[in-house]
Design a protein around this ligand. Sequence first.
Ligand code: ADP
Ligand code: ZN
Length: 210
Amino acid sequence: MRIILLGPPGAGKGTQAARLAQGQKLAHISTGDMLRAEVSGGTELGKLAKNYMDRGDLVPDEVIIGMIQGRLKDGSGVILDGFPRTIAQAQALDKALTVAGTRVDRVVYFKVENEELVKRLSGRATCSGCQSPYNLSTAPPKKPGVCDRCGGKLAQRPDDQPDAVRRRLMVYEEQTAPVLDYYRKTGKVKEINAVGALDEVYGRLAAAVK
Ligand code: ADP
Ligand code: ZN
């Protein structure tokens, strides 16, 4: 299976993708995680990407496509999370999969209202030790800034600052929403309600990819 998780920033794609990957024994490819690894590794690519990411802008298509191509070559099963985010990326993906003799099987669209997204993103914090997710307004840790599970320090992403959040939502409407229409024409899209408890949303996702 080659599955794409599509939806606005803050829709919970990353969390659910990780779970689905484990459940279905598929590779989880997150372009956001790949980019953050480049940034923290201090690579040239990371330095270039950081400027775009911190503002809430997309990293240029040719950079993203170059970065991900190697991982699509063998055509094996994957869950794509945060890619494709533009029509040009969707076309490049189709091309790469065709070369590998395969195709996209299913696109799951995570539906969440904007107001809820702003609330989630601006409160979002992650443990720098064990990666447990928190929300400082709706699901705070017992002790401020400290992970309940491992005692690690909680960190907020630079692009979860209010200005960058607004920008990411705007960029999503302008550049990524058209990708949903692109796939709707292929009949591969299943829409799920991404609001609810993590288990609930996972149940909907698992049903959508069956
Ligand atoms: P979110 O979905 O919460 O915005 P991600 O971790 O998927 O978070 O992405 C964080 C940032 O990384 C994006 O705002 C963008 O700058 C960059 N990025 C990730 N994936 C892509 C992509 N496919 N194309 C362009 N930029 C990307
Ligand atoms: Zn922790």
